[in-house]
Design a protein around this ligand. Structure first.
Ligand code: ATP
Ligand code: MG
Length: 211
């Protein structure tokens, strides 16, 4: 990471966590809007390793999700990717990731912006050490179809004070819908970068044979 002296403004690091199974234009729009609206320095995409809240589901191997995420961000100079959660043993907890990433920067050098959709923000109280997350990072809550900014009011005060609501052009795209469409033999064109689409077909992901 870049180093800057204390006299200059702090680096504003956007952290975009997700299962990315697969990554799609919803994720990319959220990240780009956060980058421009909040004047961030860079966005680091962090694919989950073994996600604690999805462990009951069939998840695509981390290596495939990592490759798809790489392909989706490669043409954007301020998008980066980290294997920090993939390489860590055991379930991925956001608080562990934030604490580890703190060591990448000098004290007070960087300010963290953890970027999520409203649906994910509403889940944060169920995550490991939610109040510590809110102390280590601003929590950017991007609008998502089916969720209302007013729902953020229900969050505990300790989390709410860290939340920055972000209105983005709504895209009703989800990885679940993409997986459903692939399994049903329906088109996913224009839902995600074509490189990722072709990778899905090449590896026969999300089909019965691919499982
Ligand atoms: P799944 O359907 O498997 O849960 P997903 O589309 O929700 O997949 P995730 O990897 O779960 O994707 O989401 C990563 C982050 O991106 C979450 O914070 C989620 O809220 C956000 N996100 C995903 N899709 C959108 C979208 N279309 N608009 C806004 N935020 C989104
Ligand atoms: Mg999701």
């Amino acid at each position: 990471p870049q180093r800057r002296s204390n006299f200059m403004s702090r680096i504003k690091v956007g952290i975009m966590g997700g299962t990315f199974d697969p990554i799609h234009f919803g994720h990319l729009v959220v990240a780009e809007e956060a980058y421009t609206s909040l004047n961030l320095s860079e966005i680091i995409f962090v694919p989950t390793g073994d996600p604690p809240h999805k462990s009951f589901k069939n998840i695509t191997p981390a290596e495939d999700r990592y490759i798809m995420t790489c392909m989706a961000i490669v043409d954007n100079p301020h998008f980066k990717i980290s294997k920090i959660e993939i390489e860590r043993e055991g379930p991925s907890y956001t608080i562990d990731t934030l604490r580890e990433m703190r060591h990448w920067y000098l004290p007070k050098e960087a300010e963290f912006f953890f970027i999520t959709g409203i649906d994910a923000v509403l889940q944060i109280p169920t995550w490991k050490e939610p109040f510590a997350i809110a102390q280590l990072a601003h929590i950017v809550a991007a609008s998502r179809p089916g969720y209302d900014i007013s729902q953020l009011e229900s969050l505990p005060e300790e989390i709410k004070r860290a939340v920055i609501p972000l209105e983005i052009p709504l895209l009703a795209i989800s990885s679940t819908e993409i997986r459903r469409r692939v399994a049903a033999g329906q088109s996913i064109r224009y839902f995600l970068p074509w490189t990722v689409e072709h990778y899905i077909y090449k590896k026969t992901l999300y089909t019965l044979e691919g499982r």
